[in-house]
Design a protein around this ligand. Sequence first.
Ligand SMILES: [Zn+2]
Length: 227
Amino acid sequence: MKPFRPLLDLVYSRTCALCGRPLTTDEDVICRRCIDRLPFTHYDFTADHKLARVLQAKAPVYKATSLLFYSKAGLSGKLIHKLKYHHHARIGPRMADFLAPRLMSDPPGIILPVPLHPRKLRIRGYNQTEGFARRLSRHTGARFHPNALQKRRHTPSQTTKSPWERWQNVDRGFRLRAGRDWNGEHILLVDDVITTGATLAALVRMIGRAFPKARISVASIAFNLPR
Ligand SMILES: [Zn+2]
């Protein structure tokens, strides 16, 4: 594969992942024009905004932030779709470059990406959240544990279930392998898109049961604001 790499870089890396226009030398993955059109939340890494309140209604979340407002038909929806289904895995780390400065007000010590089920991982070839989370850990100096959270088995689509059934489902769907005592740590859970927040809330409660003295925060690329 190696000899083809420069050609792949030429084709994929030097055009904007969103609009396909050629990138200038000071642009990376996404062009300036598309960046300027993205719906940034400007949420600080605090407990004092809509996302934090949505999550805190479900679980004891310490702080939260998200880079973008998600809209399926908008540019943020296109960005997530490219990241998940079109092998534009470099979008994740690039978004982390924009979000990381917000975390520096209270940097986490540990970063955990929300895992994909192994079956989905096999199909997609990568966990779209992992590159984003890994780059956040590089910027903040946090320890990165991509395998501490594991998805246990395939869970059926949640869209047709009642809220109560949904909780049971996600609660049972994950397990935690920390390997050491995380009490006293500031742990950042990282996901790609937050919609109901049910998955993250279940994970926060699960980690909280294991380590009652840990502070557990949440960050994502995008947040689907409830109506
Ligand atoms: Zn563009």
